[in-house]
Design a binder for this molecule. Structure first.
Ligand SMILES: *[C@@H]1O[C@H](CO)[C@@H](O)[C@H](O)[C@H]1NC(C)=O
Ligand SMILES: *[C@@H]1O[C@H](CO)[C@@H](O)[C@H](O)[C@H]1NC(C)=O
Ligand SMILES: *[C@@H]1O[C@H](CO)[C@@H](O)[C@H](O)[C@H]1NC(C)=O
Ligand SMILES: *[C@@H]1O[C@H](CO)[C@@H](O)[C@H](O)[C@H]1NC(C)=O
Ligand SMILES: *[C@@H]1O[C@H](CO)[C@@H](O)[C@H](O)[C@H]1NC(C)=O
Length: 545
């Protein structure tokens, strides 16, 4: 991989983009408000269990989005906790006080016991790396288990948040609970001196059957894909959940499952951003019976990213997302599609190929052919296998399919989810990221390893590249002055707000990325408006033959 060019291309295009955008705040705001979606809230899922535990605290408190959290002091899920925990000694003003200002600290194994109805749940663990009392932030190394499943092992939220440049972390898991309920155990690592476990917030939400009805294709070579069966007891971890071509969607705007959907633009490869757009005003998102509305909210299907108006340009590139993941696991990749703009209403108008990790997942993908019409959502599941240990990049790429001779040489994606599947040891745990300086591994050390480890050289370069790109994005966004902060009073103290949803902790991973999301989206609407104006008509110039 040519790291230099990747970095330069990205900064160059963003720089141009930003300077254009920053001059036009008012216009982008106006454009953003034009995104109107018809929503039928009546079909939203209502979870039977919806537990929000504010660890280390007592009483009730609301997070910035109005959800009510209950302190874990004296909770029936852990009756032995009869005094409050510790306050975070560092309080980042951008981080919500509930649940992040208090934590429960454990120096020996501790179990919360949740008596729950049987069925699938999301478990969300909220971590704010900080010193707590006399416990140093860098000493927290611990495991978390849920029944037979290891969710985290030797986990350092400090190293993880530092590598990602996030203020706090949310980890989301899905497990199928049997009638015995669910135990969540925090176990300090024994190998690190003074190590302890901590937790700021625990969220448990019942969910419908999102996974076992899926029949993903195992992408394992060129042809003859086989269906990979998702076991009813399979434990999964959400790794990415992206609203492609749209804005971040906070938990309270999800279709009942309190999921966070992030902006996809930080993951686009190089400068090939394509174009993003939302549904034509007279197109309503209409869920077929095969796609219940809880699969993804209308906001996901009503925005999309495609390649652009020029067929020749599109034929010369792949619209590519690069997603760093833990190597050595299988991943369920769920792609959400919906055609939302005229004139694409018929079969064989827009047909494309889908590649996962450079292997063909589907040829001749035709969203209208799959869904039956404009405004009708459809999704497709794939399973990819990865080898080795440490971090690697998962590649998701789209390219026009020429063999089917479609009317337009283009591709489209509306949403992208990546779930890690438990390995044969019932574990979902990856390794801690190296501290930033340790990423510069001497290639000779890598070469000493077995043949399998050869692939780690590009992997390490890829990780550095991903960080560089992320840093470049964050820096450039810092330069863009189109963000307005407003003060907001909530709970114990005043907190600073970022972006349109009030406080920023909407991302699955933490606030840094959310701040990026809100702003880059704001900017992007102008970009699309500009593209449309400049090309005068998306329709006629896209003719691919
Ligand atoms: C949970 O597991 C049980 C028993 O294995 C199975 O019958 C049920 O369908 C599973 N539920 C889901 C949502 O996967
Ligand atoms: C929606 O608008 C498009 C033009 O943008 C038009 O071609 C189409 O006929 C309209 N459909 C309906 C149902 O009004
Ligand atoms: C896919 O191909 C690109 C370049 O062709 C390479 O850099 C990357 O490592 C490949 N990804 C995988 C997962 O093989
Ligand atoms: C798109 O990706 C596929 C799979 O990695 C690769 O074979 C192909 O060469 C790529 N096309 C372009 C134009 O980059
Ligand atoms: C725990 O993680 C740290 C930091 O990545 C690492 O140095 C240490 O070797 C790990 N310990 C175990 C027992 O895996």
């Amino acid at each position: 991989m040519d790291l230099g060019f990747l970095f330069l291309d990205q900064s160059w295009s963003l720089m141009q983009l930003r300077s254009l955008l920053c001059a036009s705040v008012a216009f982008s705001l106006l454009a953003a408000t034009l995104v109107v979606v018809a929503v039928d809230n009546s079909t939203y899922y209502v979870p039977r269990d919806d537990i929000l535990l504010n660890c280390g605290a007592s009483g009730q408190a609301s997070s910035f989005d109005g959800r009510s959290w209950t302190g874990d002091t004296g909770t029936r899920y852990a009756p032995s906790l009869n005094g409050d925990g510790f306050d975070a000694l560092r309080q980042d003003p951008s981080v919500s006080t509930v649940p992040y200002s208090t934590a429960r600290v454990f120096t020996s194994p501790f179990t919360y016991r949740f008596p729950l109805s049987a069925g699938r749940k999301f478990i969300r663990l909220h971590f704010y790396p900080s010193d707590y009392s006399n416990h140093a932030v860098s000493d927290a190394f611990f495991s978390v288990t849920s029944g037979p499943y290891t969710l985290l092992h030797n986990f350092s939220s400090y190293l993880t948040a530092d590598a990602l440049n996030f203020a706090y972390l949310i980890r989301e898991y899905s497990v199928n609970v049997s009638t015995g309920g669910l135990n969540l155990t925090f176990i300090p690592s024994t190998t690190h001196p003074n190590s302890y476990a901590f937790i700021n917030g625990i969220e448990i939400v019942s969910i419908p059957d999102l996974f076992s009805s899926a029949t993903p294709l195992l992408v394992d070579g060129d042809d003859g894909h086989i269906v990979y069966t998702i076991d009813p007891d399979q434990a999964l971890e959400t790794v990415y959940r992206l609203n492609v071509g749209g804005q971040a969607i906070p938990p309270i705007e999800d279709s009942g499952l309190f999921r966070s959907w992030d902006d996809d633009s930080p993951y686009i490869y190089g400068a090939a951003f394509g174009v993003t757009y939302s549904n034509d005003p007279n197109v309503t998102i209409t869920y077929p019976t095969s796609v219940p509305s809880y699969i993804a909210p209308p906001d996901v299907y009503s925005t999309a990213r495609s390649m652009g108006p020029n067929a020749q340009v599109n034929l010369n590139y792949n619209l590519t997302w690069i997603l760093p993941v833990d190597a050595g696991f299988y991943f369920l990749v769920r792609l959400h599609f919906c055609e939302i703009q005229y004139p694409i209403v018929k079969i064989n108008q827009r047909v494309f190929d889908i590649y996962l990790n450079n292997q063909t997942a589907t040829e001749e993908a035709d969203v209208i052919g799959w869904s039956g019409g404009i405004g009708i959502p459809v999704y497709r599941d794939y399973v990819v296998m990865t080898m080795g240990r440490g971090q690697m990049d998962l590649w998701v790429a789209l390219h026009p399919d020429t063999l089917s001779k479609p009317e337009y040489y283009d591709s489209i994606l509306n949403g992208l989810e990546v779930f890690k599947l438990q390995n044969s040891n019932n574990s979902l745990a990856g390794l801690n990221p190296g501290a930033r300086s340790q990423l510069y591994v001497d290639p000779r050390d890598v070469r000493k390893g077995s043949a399998k480890h050869k692939s780690e050289v590009p992997v390490i370069v890829g990780v550095i590249g991903a960080f560089a790109v992320l840093l470049a994005v964050i820096c450039l966004i810092g330069m863009c002055k189109c963000q307005k902060n407003k003060k907001m009073k909530k709970g114990k103290g005043a907190v600073t707000s970022n972006g349109p949803y009030g406080l920023s902790p909407l991302s699955l991973y933490g606030n840094a990325r959310s701040a990026v999301s809100a702003e880059s989206n704001l900017c992007r609407y102008f970009y699309i408006a500009g593209i449309k104006a400049a090309t005068s008509d998306f329709d006629e110039s896209t003719v691919g033959r």
